[in-house]
Design a protein around this ligand. Structure first.
Ligand SMILES: *Cc1c(COP(=O)(O)O)cnc(C)c1O
Length: 357
């Protein structure tokens, strides 16, 4: 099986081997040390400002999106949601569920966010901003520094969902002024799904402390207190946290975050060059490195996904909803190489020679 989806992705042999081992008990000094080490790596890799903290949530990243909406906002806020696709829409649903007042900045699929879009909302009493830095449904990358400037100027609490962009596109939490960064285990970290990570700036920590949120499992105040000693309130996905530890070290040995980002950028560029001859159109005006969003011109997107899966044992990422037949996506994250790209291209060419594309 060759997996070009955007999560879960292919893991390195090292990570797979850890997954085959017994899972240890976790209320121990040894496990706490690993958790504190994980925190230090994440703080460094996200370039968080000093005084920032990390919590490790046992849930998919939507759980962390929900936790952040609940813990950082209330009915007294007015949140601007950058809504360019299904992940933007997820933030809207979360604001609705938790009765956080919001305004949706709607973008057509594939469109980038401009200063003009953003500054239209100046002076409207916005107190928070939610953005999916790579809107993974269409592979659009938003400019975190440009949004950060807007937030700084207007004293807006700034939340970056970097679930698919963390370690794929450069991100400097301190420079862009983000208060919260969210990511997950099954994207660039290339571990199994199950752990989501939240980085909180000093201002975010204060906000969490001041907010009396009504939730047990998604309570960040409790998570922060436990992480002080390298622990979690409840049993975490221990095995995945050990895999994350190995993976964070793997990234370090391979040259650090810049090298990882460059590797993924090169993987994406190689693919985008190789598909030039195929009857495909690129969707994103501002392509993220993690994923290429493709509009096929001669076949239905979902049929291509099925055919690749069933006849070639290759997985690409289908879209849902209105875009199901219109767009499919090819990921560039996880343990993939340019040779793997060639295998996928050859499958497309084979489909073409048989009249399917
Ligand atoms: C993958 C992803 C998520 C989280 O999805 P889960 O299925 O809950 O892990 C959130 N936001 C973005 C931008 C993503 O790419």
């Amino acid at each position: 099986m060759l997996n070009f989806t955007v999560g879960p992705v292919m893991s390195s042999q090292n990570i797979l081997d850890i997954g085959g081992m017994q899972v240890p008990y976790f209320r121990t000094e040894e496990f706490s040390r690993i958790m504190l080490e994980n925190e230090q790596y994440i703080l460094r890799y996200s370039k968080a400002s000093s005084g920032s903290k990390v919590v490790f949530m046992t849930c998919s990243s939507t759980g962390s999106m929900e936790s952040v909406v609940m813990n950082c906002f209330s009915k007294n806020d007015l949140v601007l949601v950058i809504n360019g696709g299904s992940f933007g829409h997820r933030f809207i649903e979360l604001c609705e569920i938790h009765q956080v007042p919001f305004i949706s900045l709607d973008l057509e699929p594939g469109r980038k966010l401009t200063r003009e879009h953003l500054y239209e909302f100046e002076g409207k009493g916005i107190t928070g901003l939610l953005v999916n830095v790579d809107e993974t449904s269409t592979g659009v990358l938003y400019d975190t520094n440009m949004i950060g400037e807007f937030c700084k100027k207007n004293d807006i609490f700034y939340v970056c969902d970097c679930v698919s962009s963390f370690l794929a596109d450069s991100f400097d939490m301190q420079k862009c002024g983000a208060d919260v960064m969210i990511t997950g285990s099954q994207k660039v970290l290339a571990c199994p799904p199950g752990i989501s990570i939240i980085v909180l700036s000093p201002r975010a920590i204060q906000k969490v402390k001041d907010n009396n949120v009504r939730t047990m499992y998604l309570n960040l105040k409790n998570a922060l207190i436990n992480q002080e000693r390298g622990q979690t309130p409840f049993t975490p996905a221990v095995g995945i946290l050990l895999q994350i530890n190995a993976r964070l070290k793997e990234i370090e040995w391979n040259g650090g975050t810049d090298a990882e980002i460059e590797r993924i950028a090169a993987q994406a560029q190689d693919f985008r060059e190789k598909i030039r001859e195929l009857p495909f159109e690129l969707v994103s005006e501002s392509p993220a490195n993690a994923v290429t969003s493709i509009r096929p011109l001669t076949a239905k997107a979902y049929d291509i996904f099925l055919k690749l899966k069933n006849e070639y044992d290759i997985w690409v990422c289908p879209n849902g909803g209105d875009l199901k037949d219109v767009i499919f996506r090819v990921g560039h994250i996880g343990a993939l190489t340019c040779e793997d790209n060639t295998i996928l291209i050859n499958a497309f060419k084979d489909m073409q020679s048989k009249g399917f594309l």
